[in-house]
Design a protein around this ligand. Structure first.
Ligand code: NAD
Length: 737
């Protein structure tokens, strides 16, 4: 029999080499067809007397990315509605479907012949679960080889035996840590945990795997042997008594029980280790069925897997424009942002000219990369050779003629219209027509800045977030005259530096900062109302935000907030900013000199290390404090989530954001909006427009006009629309590349 996704070659020793290589995909993934073919291969290996055992590997540089989550996403779409009408029927269908992978892997490990997984590259999720079902595992000793069970990151969990096999191979604490965080394991770490048996040079991989079989590898898993003992001790043992009471507490501390999948992993391990292996698999299958029906799984798979991939692949790229290969990028302004932009560009292998007013400032910008490279080498994340190459790509300069030939120039000079004008003109004087000029401004509308340009159709906003090397999101801002080619070049650049783009239309604050301002504004109001600051910070984190709004404001700088207040009032009038907020921020900066983390004094105090930051005690003296027992945790939580979601909805209504996928991804990658919701608009969609409008009216009655539902939301409530039903599938915008 021939297979579409695998090849099978049996050598003279009777060892079958099963090579997984999907011709129509760049990465191997589990599809229904793959499962069927693998099932047939397991049968063949089992029944063919000439075959003594099998080695499974990949024909690609990666092993496999695991299950094809796009298939899962489409199953979700189908069951999401059906579930409301026929919950039990849906649960049964899911239970049966997910059992297919579990049974196949169980069949493989009990087939009576030895299987070895030869892991030659990234091996994720279901593929690692399959490898764990093999009797032997060998990994190639190379930097690109990683193993993980990362499902929790998209709201699901390892549901094909992972939760049962990992803690039967290693200690329970490491097993739980690995699965509840989805962390990557290097071959060395996987071996230390007992999850792989051997690590060898890449060119020895297949031979070593085959030799394991020739050496008589037993085709029986440890848990199928009589007298099997858990490596980390029983649940009901002194070790178990040390570990388990802390497990739930730790999870709650880290994620406030917002992620049902993480909780399910703990239950699977705890319950599954107290019963025989096959019963454990059944427990896992039941919890997996339950988790697949949660709104968190639905929303997280959609946003953090499907939409993220689509945006990364260029969902918003205009069709019919040739892809740009970058031979040179210019960055003007080698300060905080420009230095970071130069680093990520050089890291992507693109030569960068980094320009500042004088050579010293330009050199200082390059020194930022030298620091990052040195830190990466110290952590053994970068070789000397790669470090040298990266640094050689950055040319600090003061000479604009060095920009000649650049396909794209990004300015990150002071936030000053006059300086930006000078820089735009000086750059255009040397840039060939067709090269694109981008501004990294965070507050100045792109349409206005483009007036400084002779070629406004080649002018675009490329808005990075700090720190540039860590933040994965980039906002691309279209001015009124920005042309399709400039957009395409900007998207090609963001793709080249491996970040995620969202494309937004021009407005004050663009998308992300508008939403972030709402988050911080709500915290200012709460402070003024006398809500204890610790409650403000902690409840924001309970709501799923990674950083409390006051800590976030300290990072951004409180005097920057003051500047933004002043600029907004100057441009839009007194009413544009809540006077209570102006007073609070002015008091912090002008009366108390508290400008944020940079000065060691903000909403928090920052004592010298190792002491940790703590809320500034004086904050409580600014306003009469409410009794914490009278403060509703739910109300605070809702205020934070609703005010941000409402702002996201406004940006859609105003045509700033045109695609719900971008609003969702922008909110999660831009400022960590409660990822379990799938993003700011998914949050509204899950509540339902009608209920959300009621929630807004209710909050508005106590906390002000800014909670009033918008006309669009009211219309959606009347029509029963969701953002994805009304604006989804990239309605009315560019095609996927
Ligand atoms: P910065 O003050 O750290 O750096 C600005 C750099 O520009 C300085 O090195 C300065 O010497 C240089 N410069 C000034 N005039 C110049 C000229 N005429 N020619 C060449 N170089 C010149 O500022 P930053 O925080 O890096 O911000 C830069 C831009 O990025 C601003 O537009 C800002 O709004 C935007 N931005 C900042 C952040 C942030 O978090 N700091 C985030 C996103 C966007």
């Amino acid at each position: 029999m021939s297979y579409t996704n695998f090849t099978l070659e049996t050598d003279s020793d009777g060892i079958a080499l099963v090579t997984w290589d999907m011709t129509d995909k760049t990465m191997n993934v589990f599809t229904l067809e793959v499962l069927e073919e693998l099932d047939a291969i397991v049968d063949k290996v089992t029944n063919d007397e000439a075959i003594k055992g099998a080695v499974i590997t990949s024909g690609k540089s990666t092993f496999s990315g695991g299950a094809d989550l796009t298939i899962m996403a489409s199953i979700f779409e189908r069951i999401h509605e059906e579930r409301k009408k026929n919950p039990e029927g849906v649960a049964q269908i899911l239970f049966d479907q997910i059992g297919q992978m579990t049974s196949l892997f169980r069949k493989l490990e009990t087939c009576g012949k030895p299987w070895v997984s030869a892991i030659n590259g990234v091996c994720m999720g279901g593929a690692f679960e399959m490898s764990l079902a093999c009797h032997g595992r060998v990994a190639a000793d190379a930097g690109h080889v990683k193993m993980a069970l990362p499902e929790v990151k998209v709201g699901i969990f390892p549901g094909a035996g992972g939760t049962q096999r990992v803690p039967r191979l290693t200690n329970q604490q490491d097993a739980l840590m690995m699965m509840t965080t989805g962390q990557n394991l290097s071959p060395k770490r996987a071996k230390a945990l007992g999850l792989v048996h051997d690590i060898v040079e890449p060119d020895q991989l297949i031979e070593t795997a085959k030799q394991m079989i020739r050496d008589g590898l037993k085709p029986v898993q440890p848990w199928d042997e009589k007298g099997f003992k858990l490596p980390g001790g029983q649940i009901w043992s002194p070790q178990g008594a040390q570990l388990w009471p802390a497990v739930s507490a730790n999870l709650r501390k880290q994620s406030y029980a917002n992620y049902p999948a993480a909780i399910a992993i703990i239950k699977c391990v705890y319950e599954g280790l107290q019963v025989p292996f096959d019963t454990g698999l059944r427990i896992e299958q039941r919890y997996f069925t339950e988790i697949l029906q949660t709104p968190e799984a639905y929303a997280m798979v959609r946003s953090l897997f499907v939409s993220l991939q689509e945006l990364n692949k260029g969902a918003r790229r205009p069709a019919g424009i040739e892809k740009t290969k970058f031979s040179k990028i210019g960055v003007i302004g080698a300060g905080f942002m420009g230095a970071g932009i130069a680093f990520v560009t050089a890291k992507a292998g693109i030569p960068v000219v980094l320009i500042d007013r004088d050579q010293e400032a330009a050199d200082k910008g390059k020194a930022h990369s030298e620091g990052l490279v040195a830190a990466a080498m110290k952590k053994k994340r970068m070789s000397q050779e790669d470090a040298d190459k990266l640094l050689s790509l950055i040319t600090p300069s003061t000479d604009y003629s060095d920009l000649e030939g650049a396909e794209l120039v990004i300015e990150a000079v002071f936030e000053d219209r006059g300086i930006k004008k000078t820089v735009t003109e000086a750059t255009e004087a040397v840039l060939a027509p067709g090269s694109v000029f981008a501004s990294n401004t965070s507050t100045l509308p792109i349409t206005g800045l483009a007036e400084n340009s002779k070629r406004p159709d080649d002018f675009v906003g490329i808005h990075f977030f700090s720190p540039v090397d860590k933040m994965m999101l980039v906002e691309i801002i279209l001015g009124e005259k920005t042309g399709d080619r400039a957009l395409a070049v900007a998207l090609d650049y963001v793709q080249a530096i491996k970040k995620t783009p969202i494309v937004v239309n021009d407005t004050r604050g663009f998308y992300v900062n508008r939403c972030v301002m709402r988050y911080m504004n709500e915290a200012y109001s709460m402070l003024v109302e006398g809500i204890p600051p610790a409650m403000i910070e902690n409840i924001a984190k309970m709501a799923g935000m990674p950083v409390g709004p006051l800590a976030l404001n300290d990072e951004v700088a409180i005097d920057l907030t003051q500047k933004i207040h002043r600029a907004t009032i100057a441009d839009l009038g007194d009413k544009a900013v809540d006077p209570r907020h102006v007073q609070l921020i002015d008091t912090m900066v002008d009366t108390h000199g508290r400008t944020g983390r940079k000065s060691g004094k903000g909403f928090y105090d920052y004592p010298a290390k190792p002491a940790k930051k703590h809320l500034w005690p004086g904050l409580k003296d600014l306003y009469p404090q409410q009794d914490p027992d009278n403060v509703s945790v739910d109300e605070i939580r809702n205020r934070f989530l609703v005010t941000v979601a409402l702002e996201a909805a406004r940006t859609v209504e105003e045509g700033i954001v045109t695609d719900p996928r971008e609003a969702d991804i922008g909110s999660i990658l831009g400022f960590g909006f409660a990822p379990y919701t799938g993003g700011a608009l998914s949050y509204i969609d899950e509540i339902g427009a009608k209920d959300f409008v009621e929630m807004c009216d209710d909050l508005a009655s106590r906390h002000g006009e800014h909670f009033k539902p918008t006309p669009l939301l009211k219309d959606m409530a009347t029509k029963g629309d969701s953002f994805y039903s009304r604006f989804g599938q990239g309605a009315g915008i560019g095609q996927a590349a």
